[in-house]
Design a protein around this ligand. Structure first.
Ligand code: NDP
Length: 315
């Protein structure tokens, strides 16, 4: 069988987006390897599709689009069709010039061995050439390149990642189409209620990256607020539904309207993370989970603070 059935949300362009995606970023520490090698992501994507995931989140910068493509192409053609899957990838910071967007997407498609992606996102509003000097291209021009990519049918839907509200407003004020998706960090410690209500008002679907935030002690920095995965109040909620704490967290994010992007390379966790649609949290559970929102960001990308398009609060 094909595992769990994942519900969808409607994008403002009329297309459907599955409400959970598999993440494929291996992190900055790829066990000392400069370039990810091997087949671990390919295997994870295959397990994910078998478990019921229909949405895969990747990016040119993750350097594993080839693995995602091999898994997707191995799974489609029989009962499962290309149009049953939703593939998201992202434009890297070194291709922000208007005329660089379509060629960058073509390169991603070549690596993915696909004719189109379902969603193409500007990864960051910050431009930076490959020699690490800043590119001051206006992201409004980059967005025009994204619109051209959509017009050419290379991306069915287009959106942005790591943009703040003012930056999205500027795209709209320039008379350009509204991004269908905003992908930003969302987890228990960074719930971003104002940004979510802004996006709801504009009909923008929010994808939430790093959905587990700091709940795993192995990933939590020393200044990260609670909770951890063994927090008694969370363990109690999970026990009530015979679910795990990570499942409770993901279900909460779906409940607040977010498409979470849990990453795992572990078969049992991949299966566990998508198995969140056969129970529901009570208002009381959600009220408790809301109290963990501390405005704490795990990926502030402070190294780009001096760029005029840096999107987050500076420190
Ligand atoms: P996540 O919050 O998804 O955490 C991933 C970690 O959690 C891995 O170490 C994984 O381990 C572990 N894990 C996953 N599920 C479980 C579970 N059920 N129980 C215990 N441990 C678990 O972090 P990411 O930062 O990877 O974010 C997710 C995705 O979001 C990325 O992969 C990427 O696709 C996207 N992203 C986008 C960004 C952007 O700028 N747009 C920035 C950052 C992320 P293991 O793999 O060993 O199983």
């Amino acid at each position: 069988g094909y595992g769990v059935t994942v519900p969808t949300l409607k994008l403002l362009d009329g297309r459907d987006i599955p409400t959970i995606a598999l993440g494929t970023w291996l992190g900055n520490n790829t066990q000392g390897r400069v370039e990810p090698v091997g087949t671990e992501v390919e295997q994870a994507v295959k397990w994910a599709i078998d478990a019921g995931y229909r949405h895969i989140d990747t990016a040119f910068a993750y350097k594993i689009e080839d693995q995602v493509g091999r898994a997707v192409n191995a799974k489609i053609g029989g009962e499962l069709k290309r149009e049953d899957l939703f593939i998201t990838t992202k434009l890297w910071n070194d291709a922000h010039a208007l005329d660089a967007v379509v060629p960058a997407l073509r390169e991603s498609l070549r690596r993915l061995n696909l004719d189109y992606v379902d969603l193409y996102l500007i990864h960051w509003p910050v431009g930076q050439f490959s020699n690490l000097t800043y590119d001051y291209t206006d992201y409004v021009d980059t967005w025009k390149g994204m619109i051209e990519a959509k017009k050419q049918g290379l991306a069915k839907s287009i959106g942005v990642s790591n943009f703040n509200r003012q930056q999205i407003d500027r795209l709209i004020e320039n008379g350009l189409e509204t991004p269908a998706v905003l992908q930003v960090e969302i987890n228990l410690n960074l719930q971003q209620p104002e940004l979510l209500s802004y996006c709801k008002e504009k009909n923008i679907i929010v994808m939430g990256y790093t959905p587990f935030g700091s709940i795993f002690p192995s990933k939590a920095k020393s200044d990260a607020p609670p909770p951890r995965v063994d927090e008694p109040a969370l363990v109690e909620i999970a026990r009530k539904y015979e679910k795990t704490v990570p499942q409770v967290v993901l279900r909460y994010l779906v409940d607040i309207g977010v498409v979470p992007i849990p990453k795992s390379l572990t078969k049992s966790r991949i299966e566990q993370n998508v198995d969140i649609f056969d129970f529901s949290l009570t208002q009381q559970d959600r009220d408790l989970l809301k109290t963990y929102d501390k405005g704490y960001r795990t990926i502030p990308q402070l190294k780009w603070q001096s760029h005029p398009c840096y999107p987050f609060e500076k420190n």
